[in-house]
Ligand binder design. Structure first.
Ligand SMILES: [Zn+2]
Length: 146
């Protein structure tokens, strides 16, 4: 099974998405409960941010995802330290990530429990990519040291 997934990543992705959609359709109450739990966590967490602050963050990342460093057409607000691990809504804890990275990281602590895709890739990096990644690492150290 693992081998087949590794050999057919696109097909496996399609099947996974289809299964997720089917699950969501058959269990609307579970999806709703999960959305409510998430909203409650965001509300309960310390801090808040403005749209301008998110825009500033996005600019400082040159529109690249903080984890895979690919240009983002659409971004999500990423909590560096996840909310359910006592992360806050203060801007210091916020980055911009693509949906795929944000969903893959979930409630995991970056570097310790989850390796960003950027560190797993084998092609060389541009100075701009390094700069953005450096900023992310610096921020992580700052947040963890707080
Ligand atoms: Zn990404």
């Amino acid at each position: 099974m693992k081998k087949w997934i590794a050999e057919n990543p696109e097909r496996a992705r399609t099947i996974r998405i289809r299964a997720t959609k089917k699950y969501a359709k058959n269990h609307p109450e579970r999806i709703l409960a999960s959305v409510h739990r998430r909203r409650a966590r965001v509300k309960a967490a310390d801090g808040f941010y403005t749209e301008q602050e998110v825009q500033r963050q996005l600019d400082s990342q040159f529109g690249l995802c903080c984890w895979c460093l690919k240009p983002m057409l659409e971004y999500t607000v990423e909590h560096l330290i996840p909310l359910d691990r006592n992360g806050s809504n203060w801007t210091i804890n916020l980055l911009c990530a693509c949906r795929s990275c944000n969903c893959s990281k979930k409630h995991l602590l970056p570097f310790y429990e989850w390796t960003p895709p950027f560190l797993r890739r084998d092609k060389p990096c541009s100075p701009l990519e390094w700069l953005v990644f450096w900023r992310v690492v610096e921020r992580f150290v700052e947040v963890v040291a707080m």
